[in-house]
Design a protein. Structure first.
Length: 709
């Protein structure tokens, strides 16, 4: 509490400290032979040395008597503590301070509140350059003997030091002459400041609360966080763990302090941060939220090592950690209470997005006067994305700022770009990252194939409802991923279709480079694939294995060690695909080479046939585009009817013909196009036949007559 009663309790205690200082100063002056000496404290005369030797000191008997007196006064300790409703009373209760601890703390804090104490402490220390209380001076001002048990209140394990209220500046001095200081945050808190410790800026965020529909779960987590060690682990199953942790701490009457794991891992001195965090949590009756644990990847120490430091520093303070990993008992001295958090259903995800978009709108709308509308279309746009609470908040903020910069409402494109910005760079180091640049209008496919692609996109949109809430794929460690196979000859549009599906979902396409995955050493291919799958499950993207039969081949009869290893690799892929939580597309032009067990695990198999004449005509027209000037003799119907080419080959012919037209500095002619087709035939190893080229045969094969005869 902050108010007159709280302030009066602090000032009353400080007046008591001042009175003790007055008494100590008077006693010092009574024995000071030359109080006006400007160099006092800088030298020691023989007479002064004699006085020092003659000065009585507390013998062990006096120390024992003091200890007995302290024990007999233990029953009256509560009466000596300040009222529990004041800040100083709350501090004493939160840190478990004895009356002597509180008196010593106020002696240490006095110079930070009133500068007069600095000069007085310098006088009492007999050294005007040492304006902070020493251990000896603090004990004397509290009426304690230097040899008594009071000195142990400054031990490393005592509450004042162990919990960060007092710093003992050690240096090379003996204990009694070591200076005592209190962190600025302690003084600020007692004076009514509720702001965050400056040492935690950029690492800790005080989180606001909100209403949560999972009230029963909130109560259970809150009860676990306020009993025993207060350690709780939320096992993330794509639920809102961060929001649940914050709500639970608020329900328990605690101030949520959200610790950024990435910033903590990158900090040069995590120990200092954790001590400041523990101090802040005790001062403000707070609790710590840390997660996801997967992001706790420091460069110098292991994840478990740093997590042990977090648990040790916050011992006795509610600590809620969350992540997709199962808790390792080595991470802390005590095991946490674990709660699996189920995935959010569609209504809960929509409510979270609406809430965060509205908050982002308020933050930027005040400045620019823009109020983006929140409608069903925008919420449907983000349905396929798998994001935690922090990522949703960041994405909503980016989308709102993007729209505000152009003074317009938030659009689907803003949301999709903002979500893509949340993707980490880990997968981009293992696969080629591509932002889709083609749409459904760029595809020329049979109606059946087009319908299969639409169904695949629908699976990605509704998979959380079907696989999560309806539990249509229960047990066995099965993931919520969508796996599809695109089968067809080379150039029939498999890769392009994968890009279109990714674009329809507003995701990026990650093409796995098999040269970086397949390794000749036993076990390395599996390790590389595991890294790919792990990173892919943490981004909102579509994973594409082009020419997948290279790694998803059939298992064979074991005849030697090589066969055994190849079968182990295939068996691993079978298991890993089934537990994958993302979206993956495999392409192959040799479907017969794939293992039958892979086909069973596929959600969809899309066949890409060779295009017929009508589709080839559309492909010729699309590939030539509108930028190239066409000559009057250009006969695309002839090309579509005579040349049985796939879409990829037609595109290659169009590009070659465009180069020929550019060299001739004129429109694209039929001769140039037929010449390009002839070059493509040679590249594919096909014969150039008169039955296909007709009247253009002699132009592309001037030696054809001689060969015929």
């Amino acid at each position: 509490m902050t108010g007159p009663a709280s302030d009066e309790a602090l000032w009353s205690r400080l007046r008591q400290v001042e009175q003790r200082v007055r008494v100590e100063v008077a006693a010092r002056r009574a024995t000071d032979p030359d109080p006006d000496d400007p160099f006092r404290g800088q030298y020691l005369t023989p007479e002064a040395a004699d006085r020092v030797l003659a000065d009585p000191w507390g013998p062990p008997a006096a120390a024992a008597a003091e200890s007995a007196e302290a024990c007999s006064a233990g029953a009256d300790e509560e009466a000596l503590l300040p009222p529990p409703g004041t800040r100083i009373g709350q501090l004493a209760a939160a840190f478990g301070l004895l009356p002597l601890d509180l008196e010593l703390l106020l002696v240490v804090l006095a110079p930070d509140i009133d500068l007069r104490f600095e000069r007085l402490y310098g006088y009492l220390n007999d050294d005007l350059t040492r304006r902070r209380p020493t251990v000896d001076l603090a004990l004397r001002l509290c009426g304690r003997s230097a040899a008594g048990p009071g000195r142990f209140r400054f031990a490393a394990s005592a509450p004042l030091v162990a919990r960060g209220l007092v710093d003992v500046v050690a240096g090379d001095r003996p204990l009694l002459s070591r200076e005592l200081r209190a962190p600025d945050r302690v003084t600020a808190h007692l004076l009514g400041d509720d702001g965050l410790d400056d040492r935690l800026r950029g690492l800790v965020t005080p989180a606001p609360g909100r209403a949560d529909p999972r009230a029963d779960q909130v109560r259970r987590v809150a009860a676990a966080a306020t009993t025993g060690s207060g350690l709780v682990h939320l096992l993330d199953r794509e639920g809102d763990c961060a929001g649940l942790a914050v709500d639970a701490l608020l329900a328990a009457g605690r101030r949520p302090l959200v610790l950024d794991p990435v910033a903590l891992a990158a900090h040069q001195d995590p120990g200092t941060v954790l001590r400041a965090l523990a101090l802040e949590a005790r001062l403000t009756a707070g609790g710590v939220v840390l997660g996801p644990l997967e992001r706790l990847e420091p460069r110098r120490t292991g994840r478990g090592e740093l997590l042990r430091e977090v648990c040790a520093a916050t011992a006795g303070t509610p600590l809620i950690v969350y992540g997709a990993e199962v808790w390792d008992p080595w991470w802390a001295a005590e095991s946490p209470v674990a709660f699996p958090v189920p995935p959010l259903d569609a209504a809960q995800r929509a409510a979270r997005w609406e809430r965060e978009l509205a908050a982002a709108e308020r933050r930027v709308g005040t400045a620019v006067g823009v109020r983006p509308p929140l409608d069903g279309e925008l919420l449907a746009t983000v349905a396929p994305y798998r994001l935690d609470g922090l990522q949703v908040r960041r994405a909503a903020d980016v989308a709102a700022r993007t729209a505000a910069s152009e003074r317009r409402p938030v659009t689907r494109g803003d949301l999709r770009a903002a979500v893509r910005a949340q993707n980490g760079a880990g997968l981009a180091r293992l696969a080629r990252r591509t932002t889709p640049a083609v749409t459904w209008d760029d595809l020329v496919l049979p109606e059946v194939t087009r319908r299969q692609l639409d169904d695949l996109a629908l699976r990605a949109v509704h998979r959380e409802q079907v696989l999560g809430r309806w539990r249509m794929r229960p047990g066995g460690g099965r993931g919520h991923g969508v796996i599809a196979l695109f089968a067809g000859e080379s150039g029939t549009g498999k890769t392009m279709s994968a890009e279109v599906v990714a674009g329809e979902l507003g995701m990026e396409l990650y093409v796995v480079d098999l040269s970086t995955v397949v390794d000749k050493y036993i076990g390395e291919t599996e390790k590389n694939l595991e890294r790919v799958f792990t990173e892919a499950s943490q981004v909102n993207g579509v994973l594409l294995f082009d020419e997948a039969d290279a790694v998803f081949g059939k298992r064979s009869e074991v005849k030697d060690a090589h066969d055994r290893h190849a079968n182990v690799e295939s068996a691993y892929l079978l298991q890993r695909m089934e537990s994958f939580d993302g979206m993956a597309i495999l392409t192959t032009n040799l479907r017969a080479n794939l293992d039958g067990a892979f086909t069973r695990r596929l959600d969809a198999v899309v066949e890409f046939p060779v295009p017929d004449a009508a589709q080839r005509l559309a492909l010729w027209d699309r590939c030539l585009g509108t930028g190239v000037v066409r000559a009057d003799d250009l006969d695309l119907e002839f090309c579509a009817r005579r040349f049985e080419l796939t879409g990829g080959s037609i595109r290659a012919c169009a590009v070659t013909a465009a180069y020929l037209a550019a060299e001739a500095a004129g429109p694209l002619t039929m001769a140039q196009l037929v010449s390009a087709v002839c070059q493509e035939y040679h590249k594919l190893g096909r014969l150039v036949l008169e039955s296909e080229f007709g009247d253009w045969f002699r132009q592309v094969r001037p030696d054809a007559a001689a060969e015929r005869w």
